[in-house]
Design a binder for this molecule. Sequence first.
Ligand code: UDP
Ligand code: UDP
Length: 446
Amino acid sequence: MGHLTPFLRLAAMLCHHHCHVTLITPKPTVSNAESMLLSKFFSAFPQVNQLNLHLLPSSSGTANADPFFLQFDAIRRSCHLLHPLLSSLSPPLASFVYDMTLISPVLPVATAIGVPHYILFTSSASMFCFFSCFPNAAESICDSDGFDIPGFSYVSKSWIPPQLLDINAIFRKLFLEDSPKVTKLDGVFLNTFEEVESKTLKALNAGELVKDLPPVHALGPFVPCYEFEGLCETGEPLKWLDEQPDGSVLYVCFGSRTALESNQIREIGDGLLRSGFRFLWVMKGNKVDTEDEEKRLEGVLGIELVEKIIKENKGMVVKEWVDQRQILDHSAVGGFFSHCGWNSVMEAAFYGVPILGWPLAGDQKINAEFVVSNGGFGTWKKDWGWEGERLVRGEEIGDAIKELMSNESFFAKAEQVKMVARKAISIGGSSEINLHKLIEEWKKSQ
Ligand code: UDP
Ligand code: UDP
């Protein structure tokens, strides 16, 4: 969802700018959330040409592997099938945008088709710096303390996605294989905006980091789209929020695919109650939200904790997919306890909600530091470790929540970031101008 959602928002944006859009998605999909979002998108935008990439079967001997990883592997192995889809389009393509994780397999197809082609890098400009410099820095990073990102911060070794430090990890191999090919692209799209990452974007576009890097275009924050998003029909969490005072509720959600261990989930429950603040907690027990997963809340949380939550009427716990966009937009929400997935960070910026970050994996520590250093609209606990590194106790969690929710300056900063974010995408704003220029270039090249 962290890659699909920004793609759909970009597609919606291009439709609003009167582009003729074709969307190619892999078949079959993995999770319910994905297939629901896609079907809503195509109903809301019937003018979008829908094509399926029929995936080759997964490799054998992978019965216990992460289903999202198997899907990713199947997509990479099926990319050559894009060629007939792309070359038979009518009207013919003016430009082609693909996911950041598909550079190596898609590049030969994109080059053969011969149209300007771009990746959508679904993280920050800072993370893109790291990605583009990685092959040069890969050896030294393992022996040094960290890495300096211009205009951002010194990224200490403990913030670097652990998979990138492990010489046997598949993601390190993919980074090493894909990153040098960035110079073969016509550009890179980012869901960020110049006002919050200006120095980093300037350094990238001045070629200070990687020679012959193509232009990097900040087009965000991508606007959560009312025309197709909103997967939860019941609206129970929203009804509950309607009854709470303004700014009083902490929203807790660690993204679309984080399922913490049961003992850690119980500590979070304990921390939320200790904090004394109201909360809306989206709790995922499984990585993939298939229909048959429904486990009773008590099973994970423990009956005592559930009874306490109900008795104190302080919080609401949901296990199903929620419409995060509507929650962050609700006046009752005053804080966001987040894993700092990049989409969540941009959504919090767009709606002006301060973040308590608990980065758990991948680029999330770099994203959490963005919140602190580029917007100042939140905080994160550097000693909590990656997911499962140690058990973070309820007491620590409760204290961190109090620190976020009681500090007026975070609210003020979040409000400022919101104003700047909205300006960037309004007519004449930095991101709107960047998109407009691209569309004009495509028109000229036709
Ligand atoms: N999301 C949502 N409801 C949920 C969980 C997640 O709408 O119950 C959305 C969230 O708004 C964001 C995306 O799913 O757009 C998650 O992306 P992010 O980059 O934050 O994290 P990831 O899931 O990739 O770890
Ligand atoms: N990643 C990348 N190129 C690849 C594969 C992965 O840049 O070819 C990034 C990915 O976006 C994330 C990190 O590597 O920042 C670890 O991947 P994870 O499984 O956490 O992906 P996510 O769902 O968070 O994007």
